[in-house]
Write a protein that binds this ligand. Sequence first.
Ligand SMILES: [Zn+2]
Ligand SMILES: [Zn+2]
Length: 396
Amino acid sequence: MTPGGGGPMKDCEYSQISTHSSSPMESPHKKKKIAARRKWEVFPGRNKFFCNGRIMMARQTGVFYLTLVLILVTSGLFFAFDCPYLAVKITPAIPVVGGILFFFVMGTLLRTSFSDPGVLPRATPDEAADLERQIGNAEDIANGTSSGGYRPPPRTREVIINGQTVKLKYCFTCKIFRPPRASHCSLCDNCVERFDHHCPWVGNCVGKRNYRFFYMFILSLSFLTVFIFAFVITHVILRSQQTGFLNALKDSPASVLEAVVCFFSVWSIVGLSGFHTYLISSNQTTNEDIKGSWSNKRGKENYNPYSYGNIITNCCAALCGPISPSLIDRRGFIQPDTPQPAAPTNGITMYGATQSQSNMVRGQRQHGEAACHHGQSLGPGFSQESWGRIYAAQAL
Ligand SMILES: [Zn+2]
Ligand SMILES: [Zn+2]
C-alpha cells in the first residue's frame, strides 16, 4: 500500500485527468477519505465488537451478563452487610483481602471475555483457489489416470510433532488446513488456535490468547467463593452466639442469600479449577481431553506430543510464555482496491477473485505474519515452530 505502488491502472486514470504526475503526498490522503471503515465491520465470523473493534466477544452474551450479575451482587452484598461487622469483630484485613480478590476476578474475567481468543484469519479467495488446485493435483496423483472410480479429495494432511503423527483437517468455512490444536468454534464460526472450548459464562471462546486469563479467572473465583462463604458462615455464627440463630438471620438476611449462592456454585468452580490445573500440568486442552486424543486407549504408542514431560515446564508454558499477537488486525482500515503485486511467497496464480476483497484480507494476513515474526523475536514459542511445519507440509 505504498504511495509509489499505485500500479499501471491508477497511473492511467490520473493521466486522463491531468498531465501532472500524481505526487506521493496526494494519493494516500485521497485513499484515507474513501476508506474509513475498519476490518472488524466486515469480519466474517459471528462475533460482537464494541468500542470501535477494541472489544471482541461471541455473539451470544446473555450468560456472560448472568456471570457478571452473580459476582457483582454476591460480592456487593458481602462488602455491604458482612464486612463492616467482620472488620470490627475480627480484623480489617478481611475486606482488604476480599477487595483484592474481587478486583483480580473482575480483571481476569473481562480480559478473557473482551479479547481475541486466537482467531485464525480465513483464506483469501486466491489462497483458497490455490489450495483447491493443490488438493485436486494430489487427488489426481492418488487416483491415477486409469482408475475410473471417484474418490473424495484428500482433505487431511499429516505432520509429525515430536515423533507423533498429527492430522491437520481442512476447514470448509475458513478454507485452510487447521494448524495443530486449532478447531472451528461453531458458535463463533471461527477457527481458533489452541482451541480449548467455547465458554458461554465468559461469552467468548477460550483459546491460545486468553487461556491463561481464563484459568486465573476460575482459580481466583474459587478463592473468592470459598473466602466469602467461610466469612459469611463466621458472621452468622458470631451473631447467633450473641442473639440466637434466628435473630442472627433476621439481622443479616443478605448473608443467607450469599451463603446459598456460594454453596451451590463453589463445587463446580473448584472442580473446574482442579480440572484445568490437571490440563495445564499435562499441556492438554479441554478439546483434546474430551476427544481422548492422547489417551492410552488409542494405542500404547499414543502420547501427547505437546507435553514437555515435566509438570513445571508445562505450567510455565501455559501461564508465563509470551502471548502471541492477534492475527485478525480488527482495528486496521480496509484498503481500497489498489492493484497489488502478486504474492511473492509461492507464485500463486490469479483466479477470478474480487480484487478488493482479496486485497483486504491479504492485508490482514501480511499484518498477521509480520506480527508472528515479531512474536518469534520475543522468545521461543511453540506456534511458530508448528506453523513452520505446516508450511513445509503444504509445500509438499
Ligand atoms: Zn474454520
Ligand atoms: Zn466460540
